[in-house]
Design a protein around this ligand. Sequence first.
Ligand SMILES: C[S@@+](CC[C@H](N)C(=O)[O-])C[C@H]1O[C@@H](n2cnc3c(N)ncnc32)[C@H](O)[C@@H]1O
Length: 303
Amino acid sequence: MSSVKFSAKAWNTTATRLAVLIVIVVQPIGPGAGWTQEPVQPRINEEFAKQEKIYRRRGADVPGSYVTNRGLSRYAEVLPTGFCDALGSLGSSDRWLDIGAGEGQAILDYYSPQDDAAPAEECGGSGPKARAVAISIEDRRTDKWKQQAARLGDDRIQYLSGKRLRHYSREELGKFQIITDVYGGFTYSENLSRFLEKVLSLLEIGGAFYTVVPSVHLEDGTDKLGTWYLTEVVDAASRPVTVCSWLKQTTCTKVTCESKTDWDAPTQLIKIRKVCSDVSVPTLKIVEYMAGAPPGRRFQMAP
Ligand SMILES: C[S@@+](CC[C@H](N)C(=O)[O-])C[C@H]1O[C@@H](n2cnc3c(N)ncnc32)[C@H](O)[C@@H]1O
């Protein structure tokens, strides 16, 4: 991966991904690569610049795999068991943050009036609704969002865009009982440990972060041979580790991982409950990054 360059469009073809896999297999980062401060991949900044362009694409230019309008029922399918019940148990003064919200359709569905032509959303229940905040790098608000926000008033739903999660202060965002990320920052970030640190700093103790990672080594080892991986983690000696085993080294959290072997790509559904305040996330550095929707990423744990 480090020695080949692909356009974002090309990365989204199976052939290109297979080519990338072959290069990874033929040219692994050997045990001698060790921990260095800088990313191993030359010109990694060019990939970051390409990724920026993907976020800015509009209309027909948006890659087919860059889906920005998943509704709440899709969230219910791809997030860990218990997400809908947890959402349904929130009170009207509680808060839900959706990181990487795209058009914010999941929040719109959560707030959809019960007398709508569409059947009432089952996920999140029909009780009181929490305040909800959507974050997206690029502004993908639809007219529907604007109308609903105006109708609800009083900041019940908020849409923040123009910067990444890490650029918001804790004071700006406040704290949340539930944080979700469906193919958003957790799938796209080039600095996963810093991203997670920020997420956990925004969670109330007892609150939970629900997310999903596609094309990844599964915790229970059920991913099939011949799989291509988009997100890989290696330890300081460059031995593969699973995302879940890395996550489980985070202090003050309880991490639960569900493996989806029979989906198009091996996918890990992840729930992280914050159980105390002294959170420390083991540092990862990016060693390879290939722009795409989603991008290919290889991280290395610090010694
Ligand atoms: C593929 S879309 C997913 C949208 C939505 N969750 C859905 O499933 O329809 C990716 C979203 O993640 C956002 N994103 C990626 N990295 C982010 C970051 N570090 N901070 C905030 N948003 C991020 C993008 O701006 C975009 O809104």
